[in-house]
Design a protein around this ligand. Structure first.
Ligand SMILES: Cc1ncc(COP(=O)(O)O)c(C=O)c1O
Length: 411
């Protein structure tokens, strides 16, 4: 594969080394253009856009995505990001009558933990935490940690498929299966899932799999999804009450009594419209999903995943060679495109970020764990090059005390 040529298909600022796709992913050129063309129709002929163009485009986007992630299209709707997706599911589940505990891990993405914390406080639910083994040898250790905490009072389990700060892949299928056997609802934060690993939602078996399309997949920003199952479908409520909540206005009596899962004239079903439609908004990014997936299929997703792994292995070997400590497990089933490295705890996150950006034009992920460790995270997507990784390795090669002094020059 001519990766230098494939890289040209992605909008990337040449002057910046982007090793932080894990925070915000760049967009495919073709998807960007598709969305931009649609936006010009939206701007110039809004009636045509919303009433005549969106429904067909939305249906194609939904069906192509559903096929790609192996989930029925009638059980999948778009949101603007995974935060909205998770808030919607959490709020639907933690109604005022909820009794029991919600279980999540100690390494959840900070604001998603806040989401559950705040809703638990309102509903009176108890929040319980699974401490993940920090340096697990295999996924059995993770499964054991969940099994131990899944007691009879736990009613919901929430976890990240890929831990944001460390890049560790959790055994989602096994955790969901443990939950199902105990009657626990499983909600997966798949913020990094699509485009990071081969995603087969049917085989994971979560009640809800919430995912970003704008990180690793390369759909323009503002694109995410919720894939839900039959067990959850009647429990989901929209975050925003809009048209769709009770069908369409001004229609003859009986019009709204259509089956909730039958195809409608809006590119989905009455059930999906109720959950998805939030009033007038720009949805052109959702509509460029098909253009995005065509790019993936033209390269071959497996080629992308094996390239990511090769680059990850390269970063691992180089960083470890310089004495940095890895926080991403080595076991193949537990790591993919991201590796994370422990920096001295005393280093200031913002100083490190400014120093790397200003001196080396380099972007990396930086995360402070709740336990105080500062982690540097390298995202290795297919467009990353070894020479870009080398820029980071060179930056981190000087003696650590010298680096700290240097950072202050760039505060
Ligand atoms: C695990 C995880 N969950 C949720 C989010 C939130 O994503 P967004 O800001 O797109 O909603 C992120 C973003 O990095 C993440 O890594």
């Amino acid at each position: 594969m001519e990766w230098d040529l494939v890289r040209q298909k992605v909008l990337l600022e040449d002057a910046v080394v982007n090793l932080n796709c894990g925070s915000f992913g760049p967009t495919w050129r073709s998807a960007f253009l598709h969305a931009a063309n649609l936006r010009s129709v939206l701007a110039s002929a809004p009636m045509d856009f919303f009433l005549r163009l969106v429904p067909g485009e939305l249906e194609r986007a939904r069906r192509s995505l559903a096929d790609w992630v192996n989930h029925p299209w009638r059980r999948l709707f778009f949101t603007s990001n995974v935060s909205v997706a998770i808030n919607l599911v959490a709020k639907s589940l933690l109604t005022s009558g909820f009794r029991g505990a919600v279980l999540l891990t100690d390494l959840e993405y900070g604001c998603m933990r806040w989401c559950w914390e705040s809703l638990c406080a309102i509903s009176g639910a108890e929040l319980r935490v699974v401490e993940l083994p920090k340096f697990p040898k295999d996924s059995e250790e993770i499964i054991d940690a969940f099994r131990e905490k899944m007691t009879s009072s736990v009613k919901i389990v929430f976890f990240s498929h890929i831990i944001s700060a460390t890049g560790m892949i959790l055994p989602a299928r096994e955790i969901c299966s443990l939950a199902r056997n105990r009657g626990i609802v499983s909600v997966v934060d798949g913020a990094h899932g699509p485009g990071f690993l081969p995603l087969d939602i049917a085989s994971i078996g979560a009640n809800a799999y919430c995912a970003n399309l704008h990180k690793w997949l390369g759909v323009p920003a503002g694109s995410a999804m919720v894939a839900f199952d039959e067990g959850l479908m009647d429990r989901l409520d929209p975050l925003v009450v809009s048209w769709g909540y009770r069908g369409y206005c001004n229609q003859p009596a009986g019009w709204d009594s259509r089956p909730l899962d039958s195809p409608d004239e809006w590119g989905g079903t009455p059930r999906l419209r109720r959950l998805e439609f939030q009033g007038t908004q720009d949805v052109c990014q959702w509509l460029s999903t098909e253009a995005t997936l065509q790019e993936w299929d033209s390269i071959g997703p497996d080629n992308v995943f094996s390239r990511q792994r090769k680059l990850s292995d390269y970063s691992r070997q180089e960083m470890a060679g310089k004495g940095w400590k890895a926080w991403t497990p080595e076991s193949p089933e537990m790591h993919g495109a991201m590796t994370a490295w422990e920096l001295p705890r005393t280093w200031n996150l913002d100083l490190v970020r400014n120093w790397l950006r200003q001196k080396y034009r380099l972007e990396v992920g930086l995360n402070r764990l709740p336990t105080g460790e500062l982690l540097l995270r390298i995202s290795n997507h297919f467009f990353t090059t070894q020479s870009e990784i080398d820029v980071l390795i060179r930056a981190l090669s000087a003696p650590r005390a010298g680096l700290e002094a240097e950072m202050w020059e760039f505060q």
